[in-house]
Design a protein around this ligand. Structure first.
Ligand SMILES: C[S@@+](CC[C@H](N)C(=O)[O-])C[C@H]1O[C@@H](n2cnc3c(N)ncnc32)[C@H](O)[C@@H]1O
Length: 240
């Protein structure tokens, strides 16, 4: 299993929480800077994809981090968006941002583990996740928990990095992701491992058709995906 800190004996979940706690204050800047702003376009696409669900939906954003996807979900005119994450520091940055924007009545961010959700079965009209599922300790458990709390006919939309396959994007991506990004990430985030873990975790993630199989295995129906930006990211969607 790929974990952020090689010499650390604790499990992946603890290490991932520790890593995001370490980089939380610089996460938003690094995200937009290292992706050249494309990350927000991808989030917009994810929200457009889930916009076909019930009106005034109740939305769960898992692995919400600093809440950018939860904020983007306000486009859906939701009754409420609940965002959960295991990293207290990421949530703190998100809670401040949401207060600053005046969205605190519509978005609630709180601590929670996607692999052990505290919600009742069949609670949410829609569930979103951006760049989170790759970090789960137990992917199957996380996906089956998301299935459990989704209402029948509800929709899940997941955004995750993938590996581009076409020339020359593949070659440029490999160079950028394996050489440039870890270096810039290390200097700016001050965490030696976080941006080395990023390409490693993308590399081992069961992407595209393999991820569709995972969604089907936990019970989701009509599962599809679409590569974004030449396959640097992929958007997955499915129904209960
Ligand atoms: C790359 S960040 C993505 C944050 C946000 N969704 C975004 O689009 O910027 C991944 C987040 O997943 C969270 N995470 C990882 N495993 C988790 C789990 N089992 N339950 C909840 N959050 C988790 C991390 O703490 C981190 O904040």
């Amino acid at each position: 299993m790929i974990t952020p800190y090689k010499d650390n004996k604790s499990g992946k979940k603890e290490q991932v929480a520790q890593m995001f706690n370490n980089i939380a204050r610089r996460y938003d800047f690094l995200n937009h800077f290292l992706s050249l702003g494309i990350d927000n376009l991808w989030r917009k696409k994810a929200i457009k994809c889930i916009s076909s669900i019930a009106s005034n939906p109740l939305i769960l954003d898992v692995a919400t981090g600093t809440g950018d996807l939860a904020i983007a979900a306000l486009k859906l005119n939701p009754q409420k968006v609940i965002g959960i994450d295991i990293s207290t520091e990421m949530l703190n940055v998100g809670i401040k941002k949401i207060k600053r924007k005046g969205y605190q009545n519509l978005i609630e961010l709180k601590k929670g583990d996607s692999e052990n959700l505290e919600f009742d079965d069949n609670t949410f009209d829609g569930i979103t996740a951006a760049f989170g599922v790759r970090n789960f300790e137990n992917l199957d458990k996380g996906l089956s928990e998301m299935y459990r709390v989704l209402k029948p006919k509800g929709k899940i939309v997941i955004l995750e990095f993938s590996k581009p396959r076409v020339f020359p994007v593949k070659q440029f991506y490999n160079f950028y992701f394996k050489a440039i990004l870890p270096l810039l990430g290390k200097i700016i985030s001050k965490d030696d491992s976080a941006y080395t873990y990023l390409p490693e975790s993308v590399n081992q993630f069961p992407e595209r058709e393999l991820f569709i199989q995972k969604l089907e295995q936990v019970g989701f129906k009509n599962c599809s995906f679409k590569p974004l930006s030449f396959g640097i990211a992929s958007l997955y969607w499915a129904y209960k």
